[in-house]
Design a protein around this ligand. Sequence first.
Ligand code: PMP
Length: 359
Amino acid sequence: MRKFNFSAGPAALPEPVLYQAQQELLDWHGLGCSVMEISHRTAEFIAVAERAEQDLRDLLSIPESYKVLFLQGGATAQFAAVPWNLFGSGAKKADYIHSGHWAAKAIKEARRYGEVTVVASSEDRNFRYAPAKDCWQQSAEAAYLHYTPNETIGGVEFDYVPEVDCPLVADMSSSILSRPIPVDKFGVIYAGAQKNMGPSGIAVAIVREDLLHRAMAGIPRGLSWKVAADAGSMDNTPPTFAWYLSGLVFQWLKAQGGVEAMARLADKKSALLYEFLDRSEFFSSPVEKESRSRMNVPFVLADERLHKPFLEAAGEAGLLGLKGHRSVGGMRASLYNAVPLEAVVALVAFLSDFEARRG
Ligand code: PMP
C-alpha cells in the first residue's frame, strides 16, 4: 500500500505517472525495450524530449524568446552556472536576496566568481520571513539579481516578484509549476526536478535568449547554457529516464488543469495545515504569516522530547517524510503538486489526535 508522502525531495510523484512508467517499463510503445535502453539520439527519444519541452512551455506559458534547457548537476550546478553564464560582459557583480539556507548556498558559490552584494536579507529575524518588496535597492552595475522564491528548508515563500532593471534570476526548485508565473519578468528560472517536476537527476533552466551570450571566457562546457541550447540539451548523454518521467508528470499536470489548478490546490492544502497549526496549543509554525510557504510547511512541537515518538507514530499512521531538515530540526510537511488533499486531511487528523494524546 502506498502511504502519504510529505518528503521534501526527492518527493512524492503522481500515482498515475508511476503506474504508466511501470506499464511501459519493459516495452516502451512496442519498441521491445524500455525508454532507458535506447539512444538519446533516436527519433523515439527525441520525440519524448520534444514533447516534454512543449508541455512545459504550455504549462508555464513560456514565450518563444526563451530557451528551455534540460540539465544535469541539479540546482546546485546552476548556483555556479548563473555567474559563469552572466558575468562575461561588464562588471562581475551581482545582487542577491538572502532568504535562508538555499539563498546562502547560491551566494557562497557566486562569490567564487565575482562580487556579490546582498541587497536584502531576512537574517535579522532568523530567516522567518521574506524581505519586503520595497526595502532594498539594486546596485548600479549588477549583472543580475538572484533570489529564491521558495526556501525549501525555512518554509518561506515570496508573495511577489522583485522588480529590477537587470535580469532577474530565480531558483524555483521547490515552487515551480505550483502557480502561474510571469516568465517574461525573469531572465533565468532554474529548478531541480525532484520536487514538483519528476525524479532527481535532471534540472530545468528557462533562459531568455539574449542572455546566452554573456558567459565568462573559459566556462566549463557542462555549465554553458549556450552549449546546451545549441545541442538541444544533448551535448552529452542526458538522464533519459528522468527526462521521460518528468514528461509524464507534465502530461499529468495538464490533465489536472495545469498550474492554475495546482495553485488552487496548494492554497487549499496549505491553508488547512496552517489553520490547524495556528489553532493548536502544541504544534506551531515558526514562519511569519505573510511569508508562509504553500509548498513546505515546517512546524515545531512544544516539547522536543516528543520528536522521536512523533515520527514513530506518524510512520505507523502511514505518514512519511515529516522529519525537518537536519540543519534546523523540528518537522516539515512538503505539500508538492503530487501530494493529494486527502494526505493533508490525514495529516491534520493525525496531528490533532497526537496533541490530544500527548500534548
Ligand atoms: N535550491 C533549492 C530551493 C532547493 O530546495 C534545493 C534542494 N533541496 C536545491 C537548490 C539544491 O538542489 P539539488 O540537490 O538538485 O542540487
